[in-house]
Design a protein around this ligand. Structure first.
Ligand code: GUN
Length: 289
């Protein structure tokens, strides 16, 4: 078997075109959706991500404001900035790029973002809403993966889904979304014994470990759908995922490439979340802290 390649770039373009249309409708009502992106420090990968997020916003007609702060800024100054953004009516979404410098408490910073503007879906209220089946903002990467599965007509109802990597950003919300869609979900972590025995049960396998090539073809059930969240650089400087693509594609029925798979969808769903925050602001008093 040679797996079908799931084209995240093409799907993200479709999603972004739909966003753009809804942005125009909102603008006609006098509201321009606005995203504030806060970047603390000089982390090279974060700088690239933030630049891409801002560019995608502008292209789809949303307003973006990137606020760059020095790595040694005090936590209280960052919290004050977030509080100001919470009260700024032109800002519908707030994203503080992670990781933050070590002297900062990321949870405290995230919890200071107004839950109604938390377009990352990382706030404890949004995590709780997701867990109880009433999501407000779904974290962008798992949300994008759900869109990909839907567009590929992959049914999760009664399926065995295995997620490798249990982060708050990807693995845990991914498990919740697939559970809500009717899958039997196994969430693996770095302590999982005999990882292959778990992954080989998966009809749908999502890998988000940050370890290049960690899942190989022999760990995949023939015909499984494989979603690779990893973005790593190998020794040759080439971008690779957490799945060994060459061996996996011989076993899977469908697989996401790196690059061009999950990555573009993450940004597209950030636009969706920001647009929906702005749409809600048009009919509701904004949620602030
Ligand atoms: N760092 C890596 N991924 C993300 C993300 O989705 N959101 C934020 N805020 N930081 C990140």
């Amino acid at each position: 078997m040679t797996a079908r390649i799931i084209d995240g770039k093409a799907l993200s373009d479709q999603v972004k075109a739909q966003v753009s249309q809804r942005v125009d409708e909102l603008k006609a009502r006098g509201i321009t959706p606005g995203l504030a992106v806060v970047l603390v420090g000089e982390d090279p990968a974060s700088q690239v991500y933030v630049r891409n997020k801002a560019a995608a916003c502008e292209k789809a007609g949303l307003h973006s404001r990137v606020i760059r702060l020095a790595a040694d800024i005090g936590e209280e100054q960052l919290l004050d900035l977030v509080r100001d953004l919470n009260h700024d009516a032109s800002v519908h979404g707030i994203l503080v790029q992670l990781p933050l410098p070590k002297h900062m408490n990321s949870s405290k910073v995230i919890e200071t973002i107004a839950a109604g503007k938390d377009v990352d879906g990382f706030h404890i209220s949004n995590a709780g809403l997701l867990m109880t089946g009433q999501p407000l903002f779904r974290p962008c990467t798992p949300y994008g993966i759900m869109k990909m599965l839907e567009s590929e007509n992959v049914s999760l109802w009664g399926a065995e889904a295995v997620v490798v990597g249990a982060s708050n950003i990807v693995g845990k919300p991914m498990a919740m979304l697939m559970l809500a869609a009717g899958a039997t979900v196994t969430l693996c972590n770095s302590k999982t014994r005999d990882l292959g025995a778990q992954t080989r049960r998966a009809d749908v396998l999502v890998v988000a470990t940050g370890k290049p090539g960690m899942v190989t073809g022999d760990m995949i059930k023939p015909g499984a759908v494989v979603i690779d969240v990893g973005i790593n650089r190998n020794e040759q400087g080439k971008l690779v995922g957490d799945v060994d693509f060459e061996s996996a594609r011989k076993v899977a029925s469908a697989i996401t490439p790196v690059p061009g798979g999950v990555g573009p969808m993450t940004i597209a769903m950030l636009l969706v979340n920001t647009l929906e925050a702005a749409e809600r602001s048009a009919v509701q008093v904004p949620v602030t802290q």
